[in-house]
Design a protein. Structure first.
Length: 313
């Protein structure tokens, strides 16, 4: 799970233009001999109009280099992502929906579900002993409405980072740059915070530590990797007090952050904060809506899940 810093380049600050040096000379050689600068023939040939500057060869080279580099920039940096299709068109509470987005050069497909905390809640489920073969199995056992894979884990199933399930701490909080945030449930209410802030909180019943943040407090997150494309899983909060989770196939982390910043991605609600979960071959989504089932899974068995369940009345 390597994370590389965004590429950048620096250029030296050279003088782009140089002033015409006519005023530093007093005579000009010409076909009729030496002429004074005030001679109209010299003025018309050499003196430029006010505020006009002459490009140096160095400036021309820099301009050409910039134009060449512009041609090779990723399309995602030159165009904004936008929604081209959403089904159903307006997301319902606890109802899965599909969204297709594009930046003009690349198309990505998402499966999402949004909910209100007064109706639904999220459970963190540990796959102890590899008892569940997929997110569908885990969801069926918990009578869940939907589910996705959870956080990072070791080959033997040991969680990487904090994992709390039904008030039981399965693994403690860790300090690592990648594990920048925690999704948690406290007093029945969901939350997303920086890992450093969770240590001061008590009575957390569900929690999963992961990262990086893809969007935070309504602002784009800079410095996300823009080189490796892979399936992504994430949990988020939006305007109008909605929460949810989803998956996307397949984009870079930087593109994922840009997609989650599309104003109408969730319909009427906009994305506020989003935390990246384990992705790649671990990415799984399952949801039911009436008699319909939406499923996107792999053969990989993961160590923990986030499940959407009806809140006890």
């Amino acid at each position: 799970m390597n994370r590389k810093p965004a590429n950048y380049f620096e250029d030296e600050d050279d003088d782009e233009y140089e002033e015409n040096d006519l005023e530093s000379r007093t005579l000009q050689a010409g076909p009729r001999g030496w002429l004074r600068l005030e001679d109209p023939a010299v003025l018309s040939r050499n003196r430029e109009t006010p505020n006009t500057k002459r490009r140096t060869p160095n400036a021309e080279r820099k301009l050409q280099t910039f134009l060449v580099l512009l041609c090779f920039l990723p399309a995602s940096l030159l165009a904004e992502w936008r929604v081209v299709d959403r089904r159903p068109s307006e997301p319902g509470d606890g109802v899965p929906f599909r969204v297709k987005v594009t930046d003009g050069a690349t198309t990505a497909n998402l499966i999402l579900i949004v909910f209100h905390p007064n109706t639904f809640s999220i459970r963190v489920v540990s796959n102890d002993g590899w008892r569940y073969g997929s997110v569908a199995d885990a969801a069926a056992a918990a009578d869940a409405v939907a589910g996705v894979n959870g956080g990072y884990f070791q080959a033997d199933g040991t969680p990487v980072g904090l994992l709390v399930s039904d008030s039981r701490t399965i693994h403690k909080l860790e300090t690592a740059k990648l594990l920048s945030g925690v999704f948690f449930i406290r007093d029945g209410k969901p939350g997303l915070v920086r890992s450093s802030r969770l240590a001061r909180m008590k009575d957390v019943s569900q929690a999963i530590q992961c990262g990086p943040f893809l969007r935070e407090d309504g602002k784009a997150v800079t410095g996300l990797n823009n080189e490796r494309s892979a399936p992504r899983t994430f949990v988020f909060t939006g305007g109008n007090s909605v929460w949810g989770f989803g998956i996307c196939r397949s984009v870079t982390l930087a593109e994922m952050g840009q997609i989650l910043s599309v104003p109408d991605l969730l319909g009427r609600a906009s994305m506020v904060s989003a935390l990246n979960l384990d992705g790649g071959s671990s990415t799984q989504f399952w949801a039911r809506s009436g008699d319909d089932v939406i499923s996107s899974s792999t053969l990989a068995v993961v160590a923990n899940y986030l499940l959407l369940v009806h809140k006890a009345k």
